[in-house]
Design a protein around this ligand. Structure first.
Ligand code: NZQ
Ligand code: ZN
Length: 392
């Protein structure tokens, strides 16, 4: 372990079947005006909306609704939400949905009283929330897993006109105050979204795992999280209502990106930088933008981080090292990862997401190059990785 750090996670998390019963207690901590934020209506079909509304009303809250948060929430929707939050004089923003809804709720929370343009301030200029800016408290009721948004300070917003999708990871003051995680709420998630979420979890872990050469407790934790994810996701693909599998995936997802495993170590995040840029061009499902490029990326950088890729193969995929060179072991690990990806059925190439060769220069131009990974990349490296990802 190399780095010094302070660790504190301010989100109180209620987990398990019927965890929604904890909402009434949480509501006592806030004033009476609640902005209820949700997406395209799935919560009305699966009954979650009704359950939440009844608790809000039974606890004397004035409920103001902000529906229609789209996957990959936009700047225009954010501006609309700020207006609604101010009109409601919201004391609490209650997000009911997946990562998009939770991200959006956090963005509204810091933007409603931001004196300058929120998109330019927080996303283009990457400024922090000014100390004098009021932040509206956020609570999350999670209905789809993958992003970890329920217990982190991240928010990702898309500006479709400029094809820019930008994430900003804020500090503790932007974390949800509480999160309610009932694994049964995820049963109705469409198959495509479920497997995209599973790969998003895997990618979050790999982004933090494939970096650094120190001996770090976090790497051991991540090998455990990965094995639980691989095991449970294979079961969930076969039987989406297997509670044990869905609950393990949900909990793994939270731990993959609630800041713990990043403490005291370097991290990469280049797959996410590329994935977000692809998302800005295609509006594709986030997890699938990651699956489409991951193998090309990891095969490209493998020789620069060979020891870790070897360890990944042996500890996560149980590759037998006997009689193999280090390169062969590492390659076998990535082959096992590819077989797993094909088994659960994630998107394996960019063409399936609508990416065309002509888009590649624009995608590269919008991809920030980070330096925490095993290989210092140049724009021409990105071109090779993206081109190799076009077809599987
Ligand atoms: O809109 P509704 O009707 O809710 O339908 C959603 C949506 O169509 C549906 N869904 C969610 N729960 C459901 C359900 N359908 C049936 N039953 C349920 N129980 O699933 C679809 C996708 O939802 P969305 O929230 O978009 O998915 P996800 O959780 O993957 O969130 C993606 C967003 O999070 C960002 C991504 O970039 C993307 O914008 N991320 C946020 C991160 C963070 N805060 O740390 C990190 C991630 O890397 C990621 O970038
Ligand atoms: Zn992600």
């Amino acid at each position: 372990m190399l780095g010094n750090f302070t660790y504190h996670n301010p989100t109180r998390l209620h987990f398990g079947e019927q965890a929604i019963q904890e909402l009434a207690t949480e509501l006592q901590n806030y004033g009476e005006n609640v902005l209820l934020v949700y997406g395209g209506g799935s919560i009305k079909q699966n009954g979650i909306y009704q359950a939440v509304l009844e608790i809000l009303q039974a606890n004397g809250k004035n409920v103001f609704e902000d529906p229609g948060v789209m996957p990959n929430p936009t700047v225009a929707k954010l501006n609309e939400g700020c207006e609604r939050a101010r009109t409601a004089k919201a004391d609490l923003i209650l997000a009911v949905g997946g990562g998009s809804t939770c991200d959006y709720a956090k963005a509204v929370a810091i933007s409603a009283y931001c004196p300058t343009d929120p998109w330019e301030t927080y996303f283009l200029r990457y400024e922090d929330v000014a100390p004098e800016t009021k932040i509206i408290p956020v609570g999350c009721i999670l209905t789809m897993v993958g992003t970890g948004s329920e217990m982190n300070g991240g928010t990702v917003i898309t500006h479709p006109e400029s094809k820019l999708k930008i994430g900003h990871v804020f500090g503790e003051n932007v974390f949800p105050h509480f999160a309610i995680l009932d694994p049964t709420y995820t049963y109705s998630v469409p198959h495509y979204q479920m497997i995209a979420g599973c790969f998003d979890i895997m990618s979050h872990i790999l982004e933090q795992y494939f970096s650094g050469t120190d001996d770090n407790t976090s790497d051991y934790l991540m090998e455990g999280l990965l094995q639980s994810l691989i095991h449970s996701s294979k079961i969930a693909v076969q039987n989406p209502t297997d509670y044990e599998a869905r609950s393990n995936i949900m909990w793994t997802s939270t731990w993959a990106l609630n800041t713990l495993v990043a403490k005291g170590k370097a991290t990469d995040w280049m797959v996410h930088m590329l994935g977000q840029s692809i998302g800005g061009f295609t509006n594709a499902t986030h997890g699938m933008t990651l699956s489409a490029i991951s193998l090309a990326y990891y095969r490209y950088i493998m020789h620069d981080g060979l020891a870790k890729f070897k360890r990944f193969a042996i500890n996560v995929w149980h590759v037998d090292p006997q009689g193999k060179t280090d390169v062969e072991i590492a390659e076998a690990g990535l082959a096992a990862m590819e077989a797993y990806m094909r088994e659960i059925g994630v998107v394996m190439n960019l063409s399936d997401l609508g990416v065309e060769v002509a888009m590649i220069p624009g995608i590269i131009q919008r991809t920030p190059i980070l330096t925490g990974g095993y290989k210092a990349l140049t724009p021409s490296d990105l071109e090779v990785i993206l081109t190799q990802s076009l077809h599987s």
